[in-house]
Design a protein around this ligand. Structure first.
Ligand code: HEC
Ligand code: HEC
Length: 359
């Protein structure tokens, strides 16, 4: 009898002292099953009915993504601000657009966006919740969710003076000019005619469809976190598990949920974390690779981004420094670098691949 009671007492004492600790989140077990909040990342992107997948469309979209022909002065491409070297973001607090030269933190110029550039990885899954929904349509996009679909999103940077259009061409003129430029390049004419059925094939709508199709192919693979969700208890280290449980018990998973750890919702009632109005919850997949953080890029490191949640009245518990450390260790398990793919050797326009990104 004694030999049983003794360890029991020690165990109770341990549990008690853990509780008496008071502040800080418990990392021993999640308060609710993990499946209440998370699901593994899907293996395949989902394509909408009105823009289904084809190899040729995705290839065309990739070339357009890298080709500065879509910008007013033919010097900025989508890839200028969404570059694989920076996990398809740009490593800057705010991006430099139409008058810039260089890449990432080396880029110089005056035309700056007022928002931080998010990664385009996994945009195929943006907005996906926990339910099995075969009719899933991804979205919305941008920090304020102003674009409902990826197709609607794609035309906006092209029309934006700061980002790609520049200040010499009027907004209503930019797409007619781009269509004319593309129509003069036989390789593009061939691509568009193979990718789309109805004439004319080179249109604003089809440019957007091809770019969206390409972006949907840029997804991450499963990480150790996904294996853990599927029941492999050895997939994460004890500290990573502690961090995950604190992430749940600390209330983070209330908004950072679903396969991307984002509900893609604007929480009007949340205390404003950084400078501006409320913005949507961002994905935390690959978050370790996409510094700086927040919609204004105001946090340089992941640890400092996580520490912003100090003294947040809307979280269930008060988190302390140890908790932030454990949670950061957990967030590092959401990294998968297979999204990286080569840079095209050339683009059909013959312009600089990715725009003026070489200093
Ligand atoms: C000058 C830099 C710049 C260029 C060029 C640029 N973007 Fe962006 N991109 C941004 C910024 C900044 C945001 C966030 C803006 C906001 O939310 O208001 C953004 C947002 C996005 C988003 C939304 C992601 C999400 O999670 O909601 C997608 C998708 C995207 N860009 C794709 C593109 C495509 C496609 C092109 C080319 C047609 C492009 N971008 C060109 C800087 C740029
Ligand atoms: C009420 C919803 C909500 C809760 C709860 C919440 N977040 Fe967030 N999270 C957001 C929003 C919204 C942003 C973007 C804020 C901004 O850009 O100003 C964000 C941004 C982040 C970022 C930066 C991501 C990036 O790419 O810039 C990290 C990291 C993060 N949250 C981690 C956490 C952690 C850890 C917790 C728990 C301690 C937590 N969040 C709780 C909504 C939430």
């Amino acid at each position: 009898m004694k030999s049983v009671t003794y360890p029991f007492i020690i165990l109770s004492a341990l549990i008690l002292s853990a509780c008496e600790d008071g502040d800080g989140a418990s990392g021993a077990t999640p308060d609710e099953p993990l499946a209440t909040f998370f699901k593994p990342i899907p293996d395949e992107p989902v394509y909408p009915e009105d823009n289904d997948y084809s190899d040729i469309k995705a290839e065309l979209g990739e070339l357009l993504f890298w080709d500065p022909i879509l910008s007013g002065s033919q010097n900025v491409a989508c890839a200028t601000c969404h570059h694989p070297n920076f996990a398809w973001a740009d490593e800057r607090a705010f991006s430099i657009g139409s008058d810039g030269v260089g890449l990432g933190s080396d880029r110089v110029g005056f035309e700056e966006t007022g928002m931080h550039s998010p990664s385009i990885v996994n945009v195929a899954f943006t907005g996906m919740g926990l339910e099995e929904d075969t009719a899933f349509v991804s979205g919305g996009y941008f920090w304020d969710l102003r674009a409902n679909t990826l197709e609607a999103q794609a035309v906006q940077p092209i029309k934006s003076d700061v980002e790609m259009r520049g200040f010499d061409i009027a907004e209503e003129d930019i797409f007619p000019i781009i269509v004319e430029r593309l129509s003069a390049i036989p390789e593009y004419v061939e691509y568009f005619s193979q990718a789309f059925d109805e004439e004319p094939t080179i249109t604003e709508e089809n440019i957007a469809k091809a770019i969206a199709t390409f972006q949907r192919t840029v997804i991450t693979q499963r990480t150790r976190f996904d294996d853990y969700l599927d029941g492999d208890e050895t997939a994460l280290t004890p500290r990573e598990i502690t961090g995950l449980n604190k992430f749940v018990n600390g209330g983070c998973a209330r908004c950072h949920s679903g396969p991307l750890l984002s509900d893609n919702t604007i929480h009007e009632d949340q205390p404003v974390i950084t400078s501006a109005d409320a913005v949507r919850t961002p994905s935390l997949r690959n978050v370790a690779l996409t510094a700086p953080y927040m919609h204004d890029g105001s946090r340089a490191t992941l640890r400092s981004a996580v520490s912003l949640y100090e003294d947040r009245g809307d979280l269930e518990v008060v988190l302390d420094d140890d908790d932030f450390g454990d949670i950061t260790v957990f967030l590092n398990t959401l990294t998968d670098e297979t999204f990286y793919r080569g840079v095209p050797a050339s683009v059909p326009s013959g312009l600089k691949v990715g725009g003026d990104i070489d200093l």
